[in-house]
Unconditional design. Structure first.
Lengths: 389, 318, 294
């Protein structure tokens, strides 16, 4: 009896604590700032991406605020970590959308977490912009309807797969290929499917398809299989952590054919992991190239290096563009109102960013150019830029 | 006798009042979707903890794969509501049943395993379920299952939690429950007293899994999107920490444990990197200093030294 | 044919790593009947120590290997004294939960301090390819190093266990703790020694993995740790030759499963093997079936 009493008192105490916490920070309604919510992976498995995007956004916002802000007001970022977990991403999204009075939601970084964050945005009618979640069904649901408040500023998975297949056929003259895809990543699966289809349409033949899982470190077995099939190129649409190792082990096994991939290769760590020798004859599609000599890119690189003391990568650039696109859309909307912002975003045409010229199509996906990067002796070189057809 | 009836009426009134209070607050808007989300999480954790406590705390079967039952329940519910467009109540019950079948499937082969071996085998089972889920395209595979209709709300959570606690409590206070406790205390003695240990061990798994499946269903139909990795080894550990914290062998302890740890987790949102470190320290401190947990039973033979002939290999008991 | 040979080489390298980790598991289990969940994380720390020593102190392969082994030994002894000794008289479940707690603590503390990104090992062991059968099969000197070092360590271990007094004490305690104590064996010292050796082997495996695969991250110990446990059970828990056999066997099976198209299932395969072995022959492939008396 006594224990039960103790238990109930404890329960009451704890519930009141719950009531106490979570009280929202000032609701800055008619305040002099425009609040923007950031829902990013700042800790956990994919923190590098979340952190990268946030860095880019914060640099942009700093610049914007220094130059007078947007619509006469300063931008205030409300940044919350979703720990790289989808339940948490949903939680953060709900919190930002309901209690933090934001005019827009930026992030999360990965497709999986973004999907979890979508319901809160839709329910509360706040535009959500993703600069990095490339899954096809983020903007368009399974019935083919566009999700009203959701926008993407990065190209879709299927798009990259198509580009790389065309590159393999047109630029490398390949007629046969092998595919080694991350079976635990929707990103990799999306690219893989698109590559296979496009390659086939051009008359190419996929000789063998192998799979691996994220966090794997030993690929010798599957690479040996691929080597035996003798393909002219290998399509490995994964993330740099594993692809770096795959490249290294492939070369160790004497597999020297071109390796192709997507923006998941984007990281200075790629060459660290693969080693300079193996980082040869590797091509991947990307949003951005530091070698691009366009004026805005050069300026961006310099500002980024000045603030963070390191070279900017693709994720930083994507974050930077997201913030500037938001500013552009807000200005076109005329006021910091989520509904008007949504309409302005839909009408985006030829916005000039460092990751290319962006227009938003009827599916809330971007129409923009792609860059192809080649790794030569460990050095990423800018090969060519492909404009949207 | 009269005081017992009085107590029951008092409890029921308290519960109904609580339900109405929260429901009203939701309708008015005092409790917004942020609070509601956290209430849902707490409710789901309570169901998971109480059901795991039945298997591990009361029957002494160390299960490290509880999240797998939740996973099975979640996916079943997702398929039934999203792909087959059936009503939620059907999905809820079927999730429990399918998870329960899985519980029986894992319970039977592991009958002969004890202690650590059982733990590892259940962990392995959990991983196998996860790998199968990742590679099954019908339910989305690694990409996950998207667009699950949102049916879970305060009413469903409240009713599910109450039903779970009532049913499990009923079970534990009956002959069957005492049989399970007997098995936990000393399996061989229980067997020689005529208790069908096989039946009860499998039954414990079946019931525990049933409720975990229901928790999974509630989860899937609230969070709208699920993927296999959400139900891995770490989730099983999360539930285990709640059970140990609240007290192995105490249902009320599991409830308190679930509430406390969900709230502690909320506070730790500010320092996410340290969350798991703090969790592991909590677990360690409890194990070394207060094995009973917050509300564990005093008479706890489970934690006393057992003199048995210890040999190099001792996995089976027959 | 060449493909099969190449896969065999892959499998043996993988197997050596599992064998080294499995040895630690089996020794600890044999002596105090505890599955040391934290063992996989000791392996991870060995890898990080190796990384730190080679990157920041610029030492070569062998020195870093030895330092990592020494550090892990000390860590192992520490863990035993702080976490497992108080649990010696508790039930198996409590001890196991404690082991899980230690494991989580190691993993996430490490993650807090070094951040979750993967790090790359500097190239301390140069990669030289030796081609056999006209270029169809490639053997890397790294493979040879791993296998050689594994064999050397195992031979050393066998020597210690069978030819030294401490080894005799270990075997005695594993057989019957109370009787050994009656015969004058210092239980605490022997257990500490067991942990020291087991952890040293795990540390060695960590450095070897760092050198071979080049990347390390704070969570790298969980899965290999579990698989090594499977290997130990497969060969016969508590038996040293069993751990070695189990390790190589599991490495081979995993590689062959990947080779024949099932790479996405390779983790599940390890656990399925575990369940099957526990059900059909729990004493392991090399163990003797012992009936437990009431």
């Amino acid at each position: 009896m006594k224990k039960k009493l103790f238990g109930i008192m404890y329960l009451v105490l704890v519930l009141s604590l719950l009531a106490g916490c979570g009280s929202s920070s000032s609701s800055n309604d008619s305040g002099d700032t425009i609040r923007v919510g950031l829902n990013y992976e700042l800790s956990g498995g994919v923190a590098t991406y979340g952190q990268g995007l946030t860095d880019g956004i914060e640099l942009a916002v700093e610049e914007i605020n220094k130059n007078g802000g947007v619509l006469g007001k300063q931008i205030e970022l409300v940044k919350i970590d979703n720990k790289s977990e989808d339940t948490e991403a949903a939680n953060v999204s709900t919190r930002l959308a309901t209690r933090e009075n934001v005019v827009a939601l930026l992030g999360p970084a990965t497709s999986g977490n973004t999907k979890a964050a979508i319901p809160a945005a839709m329910q509360n009618k706040i535009p959500l912009i993703s600069g990095s979640a490339t899954a096809d069904d983020i903007t368009v649901d399974s019935n083919g309807n566009v999700r009203d408040y959701i926008f993407k500023t990065c190209f879709s998975d299927s798009f990259q797969g198509v580009i790389m297949a065309e590159f393999a056929v047109n630029d490398l003259g390949a007629k046969s290929a092998a595919i080694l895809a991350d079976s635990t990543s929707d990103y990799a699966q999306g690219l893989s499917k698109a590559f296979k289809e496009t390659f086939g349409n051009y008359g190419g033949k996929v000789l063998v398809e192998e799979a691996y899982q994220a966090k794997d470190t030993d690929f010798k077995a599957v690479l040996t299989n691929i080597k035996a099939a003798n393909p002219e190129v290998i399509f490995v649409p994964g993330y740099y952590e594993e692809v770096g190792l795959i490249a290294r082990q492939a070369r160790e096994l004497g597999l020297d054919v071109p390796i192709l991939g997507g923006d998941g290769y984007e990281s200075p760590k790629f060459v660290e992991i693969s080693g300079k020798e193996a980082a040869n004859n590797i091509y991947f599609s990307n949003h951005y190239s530091p070698m691009d000599d366009a004026e805005e890119v050069v300026k961006f690189r310099e500002s980024f290096k000045a603030k963070y003391n390191r070279e900017a990568d693709g994720f930083n650039a994507l974050g930077y563009d997201m913030a500037y696109l938001l500013k552009d859309a807000l200005e076109r909307a005329g006021e910091a109102n989520p509904e008007k912002l949504k309409e302005a975003l839909e009408a985006t045409k030829d916005f000039k960013g460092v990751t290319g010229t962006i227009s938003i199509d009827e599916n809330h996906n971007p129409i923009k150019s792609t860059t192809i990067i080649e790794l030569k002796d460990g050095v990423p070189t800018f090969l060519k830029k492909l404009d949207p057809k | 006798m009269k005081s017992k009836v009085n107590k029951k009426i008092l409890n029921s009134v308290f519960l109904i009042a609580l339900y109405i209070l929260v429901q009203v607050m939701i309708n008015i808007g005092i409790i917004d979707s942020y609070y509601e989300l956290n209430l849902v999480i707490i409710g789901i954790n309570i169901i998971l903890a109480v059901s795991l406590n039945l298997i591990t705390g009361f029957t002494g079967q160390f299960s490290l794969g509880h999240a797998a039952f939740m996973s099975i329940g979640a996916y079943t519910s997702a398929v039934i509501t999203a792909k087959l467009n059936q009503p939620f109540i059907l999905a809820l019950i079927l999730s429990g049943i399918v998870a329960s079948i899985a519980g029986i499937l894992i319970g039977i082969p592991t009958l002969r395993l004890k202690g650590d071996y059982l733990a590892i085998a259940t962990l392995g089972f959990g991983e196998i379920v996860r790998v199968i889920a990742i590679n099954t395209d019908y339910i989305g595979g690694a990409i996950g299952f998207n667009d699950i209709p949102k049916y879970t709300n305060w009413t469903w959570i409240f009713v599910s939690v109450i039903v779970t606690i009532l049913l499990i409590n009923r079970f534990l206070n009956s002959y069957h429950g005492r049989a399970c406790i007997a098995i936990r205390e000393d399996e061989i003695a229980a067997e020689s007293m005529g208790i069908n240990t096989t039946f009860y061990k499998v039954l414990a798994f079946a019931i525990g899994a049933f409720f975990a499946g229901i928790a999974g269903s509630l989860y899937a139909n609230y969070f709208y999107f699920i993927k296999p990795d959400s139900f891995g080894f770490m989730k099983s550990i999360d539930i285990l920490v709640i059970v140990v914290f609240g007290g192995i062998g105490s249902t009320f302890g599991s409830i308190i444990g679930a509430v406390s740890l969900s709230i502690i987790s909320l506070f730790l949102q500010g320092i996410p990197e340290l969350r798991m470190v703090i969790y592991s320290v909590i677990l360690f401190v409890i194990m070394v200093y207060r094995q009973k947990g917050l509300l564990g039973k005093k008479e706890f033979k489970l934690f006393k030294n057992r003199k048995k002939v210890k040999l190099n290999v001792g996995a089976i008991s027959k | 044919m060449e493909q099969l040979l190449q896969q065999l080489i892959n499998g043996i390298s993988l197997g050596s790593i599992y064998a080294l980790i499995a040895l630690g598991y089996t020794m600890v289990y044999g002596i105090i009947n505890l599955i040391n969940f934290a063992h996989g994380d000791i392996y991870m720390i060995g890898a990080y120590v190796g990384y730190a020593v080679t990157t920041f102190l610029g030492l070569g392969f062998i020195p870093s290997l030895l330092i990592a082994m020494a550090t892990c030994s000390i860590l192992g002894i520490l863990i035993e004294k702080v976490a497992y000794k108080p649990m010696r008289n508790s039930s198996r479940i409590s001890a196991l939960i404690t082991a899980i707690a230690v494991s989580l603590f190691l993993q996430y503390s490490m993650m807090y301090f070094v951040k979750p990104d993967t790090r790359t090992f500097p190239d301390v062991l140069s990669s030289n390819k030796i081609s056999i059968l006209g270029g169809k099969v490639l053997l890397d000197t790294k493979n040879i190093y791993i296998i050689l070092i594994t064999i050397v360590l195992m031979v050393l271990l066998q020597y210690v266990v069978h030819k030294t007094k401490v080894g005799k004490a270990m075997r005695a305690v594993a057989l019957d703790k109370d009787a050994a104590q009656l015969m004058g064996v210092d239980i605490n010292r022997t257990i500490s020694f067991t942990f020291a050796i087991g952890s040293a082997l795990a540390g060695a495996a960590g450095v070897l993995v760092g050198v071979y695969y080049n990347t390390i991250n704070p969570l790298m110990g969980t899965v290999p740790g579990l698989k090594a446990f499977v290997a130990a059970v497969l060969g016969g828990i508590g038996l040293i030759p069993g751990a070695v056999f189990g390790g190589f066997f599991l490495g081979m099976i995993e590689t062959l499963v990947s080779a024949y198209g099932g790479s996405i299932f390779k983790d599940a395969v390890a656990f399925s093997i575990l369940i099957i072995v526990l059900l059909i022959r729990p004493s392991g492939l090399l163990g003797k079936t012992i009936k437990e008396k009431v």
